[in-house]
Design a protein around this ligand. Structure first.
Ligand code: IMP
Ligand code: MG
Length: 190
């Protein structure tokens, strides 16, 4: 099956190219899960997914962990343009749990400017977790505006807007099994 065949027919015509296939994503998440399991041997992890983009990464990562793990979710929103982050972060949904004394790993879909994660790290650190690390499926190093140590990174990608595997454009395409770019005309249609 080609990468494009793996994309639901409804969306196939909107795709310009497949950047990362679902097979590569699965293998990478398995690898990161194994690494994390090693690093946290004997300790439980609290995974904090940043909604909505990280919902698939979190689900797949959790199934590869061989240490105790609980999950929680935060939803944040940044004001500003549709395809770039302004750095002003609003908490739309906070954690359900108290993270004091816990080993927390924030799970993100993508680190772009890094401003969203930078804000979240500062916010969660003030709640006194025992440790706090970051995991992101994707990172765009050329776009980084703040220095952010992301311990677990899936793939470095160039400065292109991508969708799929949780990532959206105008709330669509999150269900694609791979990471892809959209044809330019799709942006005009939204
Ligand atoms: P940052 O604060 O600039 O790092 O932005 C991070 C957030 O912007 C991510 O969690 C995504 O929701 C969104 N984002 C950044 N780049 C992309 C992209 O290429 N496709 C879809 N969403 C993106
Ligand atoms: Mg996001």
């Amino acid at each position: 099956m080609s990468d494009l065949d793996a994309i639901p027919a409804l969306h196939r015509d909107d795709i310009e190219s497949v950047l990362i296939s679902s097979d590569r994503i699965e293998a990478k998440i398995a690898e990161l899960g194994a690494r994390m399991s090693q690093d946290y041997t004997g300790r439980d992890i609290l995974l904090v997914a940043v909604l909505k983009g990280a919902f698939l990464v979190m689900a797949d990562l959790a199934r590869h962990l061989e240490v105790g793990c609980s999950v929680d979710f935060m939803a944040v929103s940044s004001y500003g343009a549709a395809t770039s982050s302004s750095g002003v972060v609003r908490i739309l949904k906070d954690l359900d749990t108290d993270i004091e004394g816990k080993h927390v790993v924030i799970v993100e879909d993508i680190v772009d400017s890094g401003l969203t994660l930078d804000y979240l790290v500062k916010n969660l650190r003030s709640r006194k977790p025992a440790s706090l690390e970051l995991m992101a499926l994707l990172t765009k190093p050329s776009r980084r505006e703040v220095d952010l140590p992301v311990k677990y990174v899936g793939f470095e990608i160039p400065d292109v807007f991508v969708v799929g595997y949780g990532l959206d454009y105008d709330e669509r395409y999150r269900n694609l099994p791979c990471i892809a770019t959209l044809k330019p005309e799709v942006y005009g249609a939204a």
